[in-house]
Design a protein around this ligand. Structure first.
Ligand SMILES: Nc1ncnc2c1ncn2[C@@H]1O[C@H](COP(=O)(O)OP(=O)(O)OP(=O)(O)O)[C@@H](O)[C@H]1O
Ligand SMILES: [Mg+2]
Length: 398
């Protein structure tokens, strides 16, 4: 039987492992005081353009580490209402009660005045962002992510590196260090004072890191390959997606093996000390292909709707990878996801999200699409939230 039929046996008894029971946002974007009380049900935020739907998803995205779904600067998040007399003194905070497996955790995060780094509290105790990402996994699909497929290689590498980092949190550290050392090397070359030992050390580290980054990316590609649609999205409609990473450094590593690659790269770096970053190969130059496994069709040649479908496939596959590693499926934030999807894709997606082990959040301007399907969800009319500002001024981030 094709799974295009609505599955009438969908289990309406919620068995979500990870969900937000309550979220409050203070002085965050267009919300002075937002409070949502929720159950394990999936959430549909419905409202006019510009009313604050994506802002709510963004607040949720700060319940894990990183810079949220918009990669915003912290100061841009501060409630910016020009009628607000005390604007100068404000800062933002998000507080949530989150159900994780079988316990509820109180999570608070935000920025305080005169302090640019994001504070995190878990159950009232200060914690690191990395503790937060261990506790709560969140993944998302936003319209901006589709642009990545039309942008240059650097954007594509960043997109994949972010996915890798969610499943292998040391990856980003390798990349930062690699990029930092490349800049350091360039600085030394530009002001060369004959300190050969220092530049030798840096080049040695660059080469070692280049091997680690290539290996970490390859591990991810092969893990994703092995997941092969365990995700159970209807394959006819959500095709299996493959990622391929190629490049001169990758070829050299394959042909020479690690040891000889190391000596060859050191030789290349030494010869080219006077020519800077553009003169040597490495993972900063890797080429990335994202394509449908069966037809080999590359994502950038697909229609807008097809690209959205491919992105959904890729992110669900990544959720399965996370589940296999951490035994926890991430909360999914799906911003404007149903625009451009035809009825059959919506139906399969709704089935999939209702069976997803963690809460899924949708935004849309019209909730009609959801009403046609027998899936359980909580509908929140965001237009109404805006009329109920509380007069409270205290920031509660924990
Ligand atoms: N720091 C801020 N302070 C106050 N308002 C802000 C701030 N940052 C953004 N906004 C406003 O928040 C509003 C809601 O933005 P949001 O992106 O959440 O809308 P949306 O409901 O998702 O709209 P769409 O349907 O078009 O995607 C916008 O009008 C934006 O100008
Ligand atoms: Mg939006």
């Amino acid at each position: 039987m094709k799974k295009t039929q609505v599955n009438s046996n969908i289990n309406f008894v919620n068995n979500k492992q990870l969900f937000i029971k309550q979220i409050k946002a203070n002085y965050f974007r267009n919300y002075k005081n937002l409070e949502l009380n929720l159950s394990a049900d999936n959430i549909i935020l419905v409202g006019h353009n510009g009313v604050g739907k994506t802002n709510i998803l963004e607040a949720v995205s700060y319940l894990t580490s990183g810079r949220g779904i918009r990669k915003a600067k912290s100061k841009d998040l501060i409630f910016n209402n020009f009628d607000e007399k005390f604007y100068e003194d404000l800062f933002w905070g998000v507080h949530a009660s989150v159900f994780v497996m079988d316990k509820t955790f109180e999570i608070g995060t935000g920025i305080q005045k005169n302090n640019n780094s994001r504070l995190v509290k878990i159950n009232g105790e200060f914690a690191k962002q990395s503790d937060l990402s261990k506790l709560v996994k969140i993944s998302w699909i936003t319209p901006q992510m589709l642009l990545v497929f039309h942008n240059g290689m650097q954007e594509k590498r960043r997109f994949i590196d972010r996915l890798i980092n969610i499943s292998n949190p040391i990856h980003v550290g390798l990349l930062y260090r690699y990029e930092f050392l490349i800049k350091e090397r360039l600085k030394i070359i530009n002001n060369y004072d004959g300190n050969k030992i220092w530049i030798d050390t840096i080049e040695n580290d660059i080469v070692n890191l280049s091997i680690n980054i290539i290996e970490s990316r390859r591990k991810f590609v092969s893990e994703m390959q092995n997941i092969y649609f365990k995700s159970d999205l209807n394959e006819d409609f959500f095709p299996d997606i493959c990622i391929e990473i190629t490049g001169k450094a990758e070829d050299l590593l394959d042909s020479l093996g690690k040891e000889k690659y190391h000596s060859k790269m050191i030789e290349i770096l030494r010869k080219n000390r006077n020519h800077g970053i553009s003169t040597f190969i490495g993972p900063h130059k890797s080429e990335l292909l994202i394509f449908k496994r069966e037809s080999k069709q590359e994502i950038k040649y697909c229609s807008t709707g097809e690209q959205k479908v491919m992105l959904i496939s890729l992110i669900f596959k990544h959720c399965d990878l996370m589940e296999s590693i951490y035994k926890q499926t991430p909360i999914l934030l799906l911003d404007d996801i149903i625009e451009h999807l035809d009825d059959i894709h919506k139906r399969v997606l709704f089935e999939k999200t209702s069976e997803h082990n963690s809460q899924c959040w949708f935004t849309c301007t019209n909730s009609r699409a959801f009403k046609d399907y027998p899936v359980s969800y909580k509908l929140i009319d965001v237009n109404k939230l805006q009329k109920n500002f509380s007069k409270k001024r205290e920031l509660k981030y924990a």
